[in-house]
Write a protein that binds this ligand. Structure first.
Ligand SMILES: Cc1cc2nc3c(=O)[nH]c(=O)nc-3n(C[C@H](O)[C@H](O)[C@H](O)COP(=O)(O)OP(=O)(O)OC[C@H]3O[C@@H](n4cnc5c(N)ncnc54)[C@H](O)[C@@H]3O)c2cc1C
Length: 382
């Protein structure tokens, strides 16, 4: 008898899981994907939208394209999830699943910092990248501040990459001499889970570009007079502000009782199974604790690899085919450094007692590899 696999979220993880399952399962089984958005936008390219080297159209694809591959796409808001029965309500309509995959990502919550969204540009949304692009194209110099509002955000490299790309953009536009660039981070060091050597390399890269770095600063409020106020009394003025908002699990996930004390969904670190039968969760919505006391960083590369594991194991549960797969905590990430160069970090985040991560120095080839990856990824999954 045909089974139904319901995938909540058509982002990085949801797309990979849906495509893999559709290609592996016989036609009698249904694969359905739900998302509130009509189209998918490739978030690693938001940084290039910000600098003007990509348009929103260039990095977006309609989710309806999945229909051509035999995946049913339901556009709507996931309003409730009943994990025991695997029942879901989407825009008032009930959907039932034999196998449920939750890939709803992280919710961005700028409203947790008073004044933040009114004063600055959200680096982590497409709209924010577009508005920052517009602001940068008119920026004539002054104090340009980047801020991470809370530690534990997805893609730990992104705000550091943004600072270096903005620095390059200021040079390109001839306003670097009149511009001070500062980065205030809530976390004590860049990409801390990757280890002190990676952190030091990133701090060095910022220093070489004259970007002043202020780690461990917890923002409290952003005042209307373009002033940041941090816990501990530090204050900083700005003319242009770009920020990474606080993250949390989506409201529907929190209300379903799926989260634990971490505030996120806990899963088996190898199979991504939740404590509910035939319910998996993957990507940014989960928290996987590591031995060093911090969780696995949230990143598309992990969402992607976790989705492949989940798809394999659901295929096996349905058809008995294939091997049981296990996620191994390996991943890699490009670090855009400006001037057409990027670094590459890669390694094993499940290594114990500490993750083992190597960073390759910025070079043209890693930047080109990221360009290739973007094209390949979008072409393959949508
Ligand atoms: C600026 C930036 C740069 C990045 N660069 C990199 C990088 O270089 N490398 C890397 O590995 N990662 C990068 N990332 C992180 C990466 O994009 C995320 O980790 C990845 O998208 C997580 O995948 P996911 O499937 O868990 O969630 P998402 O891709 O966020 O997908 C979640 C989906 O769920 C949908 N959704 C949520 N709630 C509901 C609801 N209630 N109803 C209906 N739909 C809902 C959303 O619309 C969304 O489509 C970057 C992120 C940003 C913002």
């Amino acid at each position: 008898m045909g089974k139904t696999v319901l995938i909540l979220g058509g982002g990085v993880g949801g797309l990979v899981a849906a495509n893999k399952l559709r290609s592996w399962l016989a036609g009698e089984h249904e694969v359905t994907l739900v998302d509130r958005q009509a189209s998918f936008a490739f978030a690693p390219s938001f940084l290039w939208v910000m600098t003007g080297s990509r348009t929103a159209q260039k990095i977006s694809r309609p989710l309806a394209r999945l229909e051509r591959r035999g995946i049913e796409v339901v556009r709507g808001e996931v309003e409730s999830i009943e994990p025991f029965s695997r029942g879901v309500i989407v825009d008032g309509r009930s959907l039932e699943a034999d196998y449920l995959v939750i890939a709803l990502g992280a919710e961005l919550a700028p409203e947790l910092v008073p004044g933040l969204s009114q004063a600055g540009h959200d680096l982590y949304s497409l709209e924010g990248a577009l508005s920052l692009r517009e602001a940068l194209s008119h920026f004539a110099g002054g104090r340009l501040v980047l801020l991470t509002a809370a530690p534990g955000y997805k893609c730990p490299a992104a705000p550091y990459e943004a600072a270096m790309l903005i620095e390059h953009e200021c040079r390109r536009r001839g306003v670097r001499g009149q511009t001070e660039i500062e980065l205030y981070s809530a976390e004590p060091a860049p990409m801390g889970v990757a280890g002190p050597e990676v952190s030091e390399s990133v701090v060095r890269m910022l220093g070489e570009k004259g970007i002043r770095y202020h780690p461990g600063q917890q923002i409290q409020t952003v005042e209307a007079g373009r002033r940041l106020r941090f816990a501990g009394g530090l204050e900083a003025a700005f003319d242009l502000l770009a920020y990474v908002p606080p993250h949390r699990a989506p409201e529907v996930v929190r209300e379903a009782g799926l989260t634990d004390e971490s505030g996120w969904i806990s899963v088996d670190r190898h199979t991504l199974q939740t404590r509910f039968p035939d319910v998996w969760a993957l990507g940014d919505v989960v928290s996987i604790p590591l031995k060093l006391g911090k969780p696995l960083p949230r990143a598309g590369v992990f969402a992607h690899r976790e989705a492949e594991v989940v798809a394999r194991n659901i295929r096996r549960a349905i058809s008995g085919k294939g091997r049981q797969a296990a996620f191994d905590g390996r991943g890699q990430c490009f670090i855009e450094a400006g001037s057409g160069k990027a670094g590459l970090g890669h390694g094993s985040f499940y290594a114990e007692p500490l993750p083992e991560v190597r960073l390759h120095r910025p070079a043209r080839r890693w930047h080109l590899a990221k360009v290739f990856y973007e094209k390949e990824w979008l072409g393959r999954w949508l």
